[in-house]
Design a binder for this molecule. Structure first.
Ligand code: SF4
Ligand code: SF4
Length: 226
C-alpha cells in the first residue's frame, strides 16, 4: 500500500510521543482493548442464543434461532460488516492482507480501502443490523413468554419462569454491551463516519491532520477538516 495511505497507527511509534491523541483515541492496536472488546460481547451472545434455544425447546419455535444465526453469518461471516464499516477505517490501511485492529485482528481484508466517510445506505444497514442483533432476541423471547403461558403442561410454571429470566438476562446483557461499546470504544474509535462514533470534532480534526489521504477524502465529501 502507498505510504501516504497507511495510517499513523502503523508508522513509527516515536511520533506518538508528541501527539496529544495518544490516550484519547484507540488509534493503535492494544491487547487490552482486544480482550475488553471480545469479553464484552460474550454475555449478549450467550444470553441471546440461550434464550432462542430455550424458546425452541419449550415452544417448538425454532425459526427465530435460524434467522438469528443466518443473519450473523451473512453480516459477520460473509464480510458485509467489513465492507460497509471497516473498509472505511484507518486500521484497514496496514500493509498485508490481514486486518490488525483491536476488534478484528487477523481478519482477511476482502475489500479495498475506502478513505471516504460511510455513505447513508451503509450507515442505515449498519444501524439496522446492530439494532436487530440486540433487539430481536428480546422481542422473540417476549413472544415466547406468551406462547409458553398458553401451554397446559405441568412444567409450564418452571418453563415460564425460565423464559422470563432469560428474556430479562438478554435485555440486561444488551444494555451492558451497548453501554461499554459507546463509552469505552465508540468514544475513542478512529472510524469517524460510523453512526455510533462519539469522538469529538477537535480530536477528529487533529487526527485528520496526521492522515492526509483520509482528510482529503473527507473534505471531498464536504467535511471541514480545518
Ligand atoms: S493519532 Fe496517530 S500519531 Fe497520534 S497517537 Fe494515535 S497513532 Fe500515534
Ligand atoms: S471499524 Fe472497528 S472493527 Fe472495523 S477495522 Fe476499524 S476498529 Fe476494526
Amino acid at each position: 500500500m502507498n505510504d501516504n495511505v497507511i495510517a499513523c497507527a502503523f508508522k513509527d511509534e516515536a511520533a506518538c510521543g508528541e501527539c496529544g491523541l495518544t490516550n484519547a483515541l484507540g488509534c493503535r492496536y492494544s491487547k487490552r482493548d482486544f480482550w475488553f472488546f471480545t469479553l464484552n460481547q460474550i454475555p449478549l451472545a450467550i444470553m441471546a442464543l440461550f434464550s432462542l434455544v430455550l424458546m425452541g425447546l419449550l415452544a417448538g419455535f425454532w425459526w427465530a434461532l435460524i434467522i438469528y444465526v443466518l443473519s450473523a453469518l451473512i453480516f459477520f461471516g460473509l464480510g458485509l460488516e467489513t465492507r460497509i464499516l471497516c473498509s472505511h477505517c484507518p486500521y484497514w490501511t496496514n500493509d498485508g492482507r490481514l486486518l490488525n485492529c483491536w476488534a478484528y485482528p487477523n481478519t482477511f481484508k476482502f475489500w479495498r480501502y475506502r478513505p471516504e466517510p460511510m455513505n447513508r445506505i451503509e450507515k442505515f444497514i449498519l444501524v439496522l443490523f446492530f439494532s436487530f442483533f440486540a433487539i430481536f432476541p428480546v422481542v422473540m423471547t417476549s413472544y415466547g413468554i406468551w406462547l409458553v403461558a398458553t401451554l397446559s403442561s405441568p412444567i409450564y410454571l418452571f418453563a415460564l419462569l425460565g423464559i422470563i429470566g432469560t428474556t430479562i438476562g438478554t435485555l440486561l446483557a444488551g444494555i451492558q454491551f451497548f453501554y461499554v461499546l459507546q463509552f469505552h470504544f465508540c468514544s475513542r474509535c478512529v472510524n469517524f463516519s460510523c453512526p455510533f462514533n462519539r469522538v469529538s470534532t477537535d480530536k477528529i480534526k487533529t487526527y485528520l491532520q496526521k492522515n492526509t489521504v483520509m482528510k482529503k477524502a473527507f473534505e471531498t465529501k464536504g467535511y471541514k477538516a480545518i
